[in-house]
Every structure is written in C-alpha cells, then in structure tokens.
Design a protein around this ligand. Structure first.
Ligand code: NAD
Length: 514
C-alpha cells in the first residue's frame, strides 16, 4: 500500500456521460437517460508498494541519487506510489549488469532453454493478469475492459509467441546465419506500458540479447510488477534490467557506449533526437513513432460496422494510440448519414471511472497531455472547424476530455496534420478513391490506415497506394503477435511483431562465418 490510497477509484464521479449529446452550440437530440449500475473492479487482491526501486542484476536496488518520483492515478490525482529516478550512474550499473549476463550466461545458453524462461514469463503474466490489468488502469487511466481484454492478454501472447521462435531463429532468415546483437536499450511510452514492454523484451530475449528497459515516467507500475514476475520466473540476473526515470534516464541509456542496439517507441520529436545522437556510433536503431492515420469510408461500406471501427479507432484508450484512426475520410454521398450515425453512437459512450467495467472512455493520462489536447482542439476551433462533443459533466478531479469530433476540417488545419493523441476525430470528405489516397498520404506520418468498402478490388487499390505500415480493411485496431507493426516516413522504421520483429535483434551473417 503506497502513501496514496490503494483504492485509487475516483470518489468524485458525477453521472457518467451517456446522455445529452448534441452539437456544442445547438441541442438537436432529446436527452436519453439509461444509467448502468456501477460495476467496479476490485482492488483488494494485490498490493501496490509504497516505493519501487530500480531492477538491476536481478535485484531491486535503490537509486544512487536517492531520488523518487510520485506516480498518480490520473482519474483522481491520488498518489499511488513513489518510483526511483535512475541517474547516469544507475543506467551504467544496469548496462554493465546486462553486458555481464549477455557474455556469461544468456548468449551461451542453448536456445531451447532461453525459450523456457520466456514461456514461464508468459504464464506468470497470465496468472497475475487481474493484478496487472487493474494496476495498468489505475496508473494509466484506461478502461479496465481494455487493460483486461487487450493489453494484458496481448502482452502474454507476445511472450508465448517469441518463446516459440527462440530455438528456430535459423528459419527466420533463410540461407543466412544469425546471432544476437548484445545489449538492447529499450525506451517505451505511457500509452500501452505493459504491452510495449512485452513488444520490446520478448523478441530481444528470444534472439539471445539482454535488455535494459526504461518505462515512461507517468506509467512505471506495471513494468515494476513485470520485474517481480521476471524474478519469480528465475530469469538469470541481469538478463532484464528495468530503470525508471524521465527523458534524461532514456537519453543516458540510449547513448551508453556499451549498448549495441536502441529500440525506441515514443514521439517523433524524441525519435529524431535519438537518431541524431546515435549517428556514427554503429549502434542499431529501431524507431516506432507517432501517427495520424487515415480511416477511409467508401460509399459502399457496411456503415454500422464501419461506425464501430471508427469508434474503436479513435476513442479506445482515450485516443492515446499511435495508430488511432484520427483522420476520418468519408465519401461525399454518405457524409450526412455517417455524421448522424456517429453522433448517435457517440452518445452511448460512457466516460468515467476507468475501473468500472461499463466504462468506454477513461481518464487522460496526465495533465500535460490534457493541456496538449486542449491546445490543439482550441486551434481547430480558431482555424474554423466545427467541434462536436458530449456536453457531459466530467469528474471534478483528474484529467478528462469528452469524446469529440471536428467537421469542416481542411487538410491544412493543425488538427488534420498533428497528432492530438486524445479522443478527438477530424472528419473530411472525398469524392473518388484516387482523391482519398492523395489526401490520406498528405501527412508526414505513415504508421497505419483503415479502409471500409465491400469491393475487394478497391481495398487492394487503396491499400497498395496508401503509404502506411499497417492497413486494416473492414476492421480497425486488430493486433496479433504474429503480425508485424511499424511505420514509414516520420512514423519511424523497423518492425515489431511477427518474424519481422526478430530481425532488429539479430545480426545476420553468411552461414560459414558463424
Ligand atoms: P515521448 O517521446 O515523450 O516519450 C517516450 C519515452 O521516451 C518515455 O519513456 C520518455 O521518458 C523517453 N524520453 C523522453 N525524452 C527522451 C530523450 N531525449 N532520450 C531518450 N528517451 C527519452 O512520447 P510519449 O509522450 O511518452 O508517447 C506518446 C508518443 O508515442 C506518441 O507520439 C505516439 O504516437 C508514440 N507511440 C508510437 C507507437 C508505435 O508503435 N509507433 C506506439 C505507442 C506510442
């Protein structure tokens, strides 16, 4: 139990937002009351510690600086715990531990033995899935339904999947030999804290590398519980090290001379900084950065299903999703119908207590992120776009933004170009598939896209011309560990997931040079 309340559940919730939806300045829809009884997830089956130290060399150790940072529940601003701030010397300790473990143990261990450890971690994640889901929701603000049904099962699935690859690496790269790179430095963001840790650690370990992971400063708690799991799985000391802290810790890790590979997921801005910092060092780098996905609805699309795709695309995880379908392109003939359906559907979204199993949209991850969303939304209004949002009462405490969308958006508006990373959709129209393709590609990003049409030929035409790493057809936001994920352009390079996700952690050689 931390010095904050274990029960991080907001006590100040007013009625959830499930009625009164109307355009901001014009009420056209009668209000509709249909309240759900609260269905809160229990929080008494695990313990959040008052303090979390660094995980280095298989042990929890105090940071040399003695400094700790408070981590809160963004739904009510209560302190959950205090987490160590790793300084340069701590990062050095962690990298040395990883180097020792690489040279003495992990790179020499038969691959089938490595696989057993990774498999054990997957099993332990499953066993502790309730605990991990609740902590993820308390620390990050996302609805418990998502942590429980998406984040945690997918994290376990990644470890299972890559456990299977550990002793089959020679089949990953035909006619070439493969070997690990060495020590991997891995820096991750706050929107999918446990899942991003799994995306990074599982393939790196399967390939025989050792790791130093740096979680995001606002959401370190599930990574620290993963550290407990790693200890419980008896992973040899130093194979995985977890150092918490802010961007300075991340920078110290990325530039450490004994690191062989840097894997970064986060903003394009920081990704570019890291790329500059690593230029000429010979370190391998993969960057998974931001996105501004085009979600295209053609006039022959199954509209009710498409609406569900749009909702999942932009409002899940409060829109804190790199591949969020944040630019909706609607074919002109169906535009009025789509807007009407979207308004009706958005009315039914329940915004509120993230720990309530009925909740669809939880809390914004931090005050800083809320301010960024508000600033971009204000720019959309001042540039002339029209804003619609649930005019619901939001909780007094915590960080909240109601599900919203903009119409009357032009491609030059900031809300059409910049990543809002919140529950805000920018809607535009198109006349022909050619125009949709051109407008979809009018972005510096290239991470993901979606297309809805009943014609297979149109799917292939659009998918082959939209420059994005992942393109979903007649669905959205579907993930599987066997499927590669990654971007083009300013969304980064390198892939995570699938066979492609092994390659950034392997050195390929001619077979006779092994
Ligand atoms: P961020 O770039 O601010 O931070 C990401 C991580 O980098 C954090 O751990 C942070 O502490 C660390 N960091 C900050 N400055 C650093 C520096 N100079 N050197 C090294 N590390 C540093 O991003 P964020 O706000 O945490 O995450 C949101 C961003 O992540 C969005 O742009 C989103 O699109 C992107 N994202 C991308 C993917 C993907 O797979 N492409 C997945 C999730 C999130």
């Amino acid at each position: 139990m931390g010095d904050g309340a274990q029960d991080g559940r907001p006590t100040n919730f007013q009625k959830p937002c499930l009625h009164n939806y109307a355009p901001l300045n014009k009420m056209t829809t009668p209000s509709r009351e249909w309240d759900y009884a609260p269905a809160p997830e229990a929080t008494d089956h695990f313990r959040i510690r008052g303090r979390y130290d660094l995980f280095i060399g298989g042990r929890f150790v105090e940071p040399r600086s003695g400094r700790y940072r408070r981590t809160i529940n963004p739904a009510n601003e209560k302190v959950l715990s205090r987490v160590a701030e790793a300084a340069e010397g701590d990062v050095d300790r962690a990298v040395r531990a990883a180097r020792r473990a690489y040279e003495r143990i992990w790179s020499r261990m038969p691959a089938r033995e490595r696989a057993k450890y990774i498999y054990r971690i997957a099993r332990l994640i499953q066993e502790r899935s309730r605990e991990l889901a609740v902590i993820e929701t308390m620390n990050g603000g996302k609805p418990i339904r998502e942590s429980r049904d998406v984040d945690v099962p997918l994290a376990a699935a990644h470890f299972f999947y890559y456990a299977g690859w550990a002793d089959k690496l020679k089949f990953a790269v035909p006619a070439r030999g493969v070997r690990p790179l060495g020590v991997a430095a891995q820096v991750i963001p706050w929107n999918f804290p446990l899942l991003m840790a799994a995306w990074k650690l599982a393939p790196a370990l399967a390939c025989g590398n050792t790791c130093v992971l740096k979680p995001a400063e606002t959401t370190p708690l599930t990574a620290m519980h993963l550290a407990q799991i790693i200890q419980e799985a008896d992973l040899p000391p130093g194979v995985v090290n977890i150092v918490t802290g802010d961007g300075r810790t991340g920078a110290a890790l990325a530039r450490h001379p004994s690191v062989d590979k840097v894997a970064f997921t986060g903003s394009t801005e920081v990704g570019k900084l890291i790329q500059r910092m690593l230029a000429g060092t010979g370190k391998r780098l993969t960057l998974e950065l931001g996105g501004k996905a085009a979600h295209i609805i053609c006039d022959d699309a199954p509209l009710d299903q498409a609406m569900e795709g749009v909702i999942a695309g932009i409002y899940s995880n409060q829109g804190h999703v790199c591949c969020a379908g944040s630019r909706l392109f609607v074919q002109e003939g169906i535009y009025p119908l789509v807007i009407r359906k979207l308004r009706d559907r958005i009315r039914t979204l329940r915004v509120g207590d993230p720990l309530d199993k009925n909740t669809d949209v939880g809390a914004i991850n931090s005050r800083a992120q809320l301010e960024r969303i508000e600033e971009l939304v204000a720019s959309g209004v001042s540039e002339g776009a029209r804003l619609y949002r649930q005019p619901c009462r939001l909780p007094r405490k915590g960080f909240w933004f109601p599900p919203s969308f903009f119409t009357g958006v032009s491609s030059t508006h900031r809300i059409a170009q910049e990543e809002i990373f919140g529950p805000v959709l920018s809607i535009m129209t198109f006349r022909s598939p050619e125009e949709a393709i051109e407008r979809a590609n009018n972005t510096p990003y290239g991470l993901s896209a979606g297309v809805w049409t009943e014609k297979g030929a149109r799917i292939f035409k659009i998918a082959s011309k939209v420059r994005a790493g992942v393109i979903w057809a007649n669905t959205y936001n579907k993930f599987d560990p066997s499927s590669p994920f990654g971007g083009y352009k300013e969304s980064g390079f390198g892939r995570e997931g699938g066979v492609a996700g092994l390659l950034p952690y392997l050195l390929t050689t001619q077979v006779d040079r092994l």
